[in-house]
Ligand binder design. Structure first.
Ligand SMILES: [Zn+2]
Length: 348
């Protein structure tokens, strides 16, 4: 019914690939030549027993350490044991930051007080993780606490583990885990339940995350799905296309479908519209491609439902399912949870 051409033909793609690979080789070659000798890896030693030969050698031979100076003075045997025991405790990778915070105000304020400039970015990602289980306006209470482990800065913040201990909702957890064969990592609680939900007969598959729900903001009338530009969007039910591309300044590329029961669905910010007004569509039919057009700051699909001019929550309309970690991934997932818990408990 609808076909979409990939951007750019094959010859250009090949040409680009060759060019990119040549450039990469050049850059890597140069970097290798310029690379200083890496600093010695922190010793993962057992507390008792003699130090391995390599470590002894490192102490005997003076060596140039490029970045962070390592304390290299000889230590008394008793002190040494103490230091080595610390190394054996769960090691948090150097690119991961961990914080534990007492909640005293709103979540946003708690994060900005505790984390400074990065607070609002970590706060936004954190809130998004628990959007289905924690109502930011009603459930946040003084006396709650949280812990979070993340990497990256500013808008690139990536939360790898999060825990919220709520007086009202109990303890909520989220651990980032990439299921074998899936495109995006997901976040699961300690029992392996997805922290998010999936709409039945979803208007989009292959999205990265649901970033906001109907009631997240008083003025928001739909649900947002963070998805790469060009992700197929699908009709949530059988219906007829009633409008396309109206008010494009705000909506960008857009499609309106009247479902058979009279519910009107809007799909906004599309990069391609693949249907015409008056066209009949079946549930699951591809209508177009998601994008970042109109009043939109990042690639996502905005999906909105209304009946008799009253907004309808897509969660109520569609119903939801809650994915779980597949059985084949269970052992790897449990190991990940144990590791990430170690990081969270090491937070300042
Ligand atoms: Zn939206």
């Amino acid at each position: 019914m609808t076909r979409f051409d990939p951007p750019g033909g094959r010859p250009w793609g090949l040409f680009g690939l060759c060019g990119a690979s040549l450039l990469l080789n050049l850059v890597l070659g140069t970097r290798l030549l310029m690379m200083p000798e890496p600093p010695p890896a922190p010793g993962r030693l057992v507390a008792d027993g003699p130090a391995p030969a390599a470590v002894v050698a490192a102490h005997d031979t003076p060596r140039v350490v490029p970045a962070e100076p390592v304390a290299d003075e000889p230590v008394a045997a008793a002190e040494k044991v103490e230091v080595l025991e610390e190394v054996v405790a769960p090691a948090v990778p150097s690119d991961i930051r961990v914080r534990s915070l007492d909640v005293s105000h709103s979540l946003a304020r708690t994060f900005s007080d505790g984390l400074g400039d990065d607070g609002r970015f970590v706060s936004a990602v954190f809130a998004r993780l628990f959007v289905f289980d924690l109502d930011l306006r009603r459930d946040i209470q003084k006396g709650d606490s949280l812990a979070v482990a993340w990497r990256g800065e500013g808008p690139d913040v990536e939360v790898v583990a999060a825990r919220y201990t709520s007086k009202k909702r109990g303890t909520l957890t989220a651990y980032r885990y990439q299921v074998e064969g899936e495109r995006y990592p997901r976040w699961f609680d300690a029992e392996g339940n997805d922290v998010s939900r999936e709409l039945l007969n979803s208007p989009i598959d292959g999205y990265e995350q649901i970033t906001s729900l109907l009631h997240d903001r008083p003025t928001h009338r739909g649900m947002d799905f963070k998805a790469d530009d060009g992700t197929p969007i699908k009709s949530g039910a059988n219906g007829v296309v009633t409008r396309t591309n109206w008010n494009t300044g705000a909506n960008g590329g857009c499609i309106e479908v009247r479902y058979a029961d009279g519910t009107v669905a809007k799909y906004l910010h599309l990069s391609q519209v693949g249907v015409k007004e008056g066209e009949r569509v079946q549930q699951g039919a591809v209508l177009g491609l998601s994008g970042n057009t109109g009043r939109s700051t990042a690639p996502h699909l905005h999906y909105e439902l209304a009946k008799n001019d009253k907004v309808v929550d897509p969660i109520d309309y569609h119903g939801v399912r809650r994915p779980v970690v597949p059985a084949a991934d269970r052992a790897a997932f449990d190991a990940t949870v144990a590791e990430l818990d170690g990081w969270l408990s090491g937070g300042a």
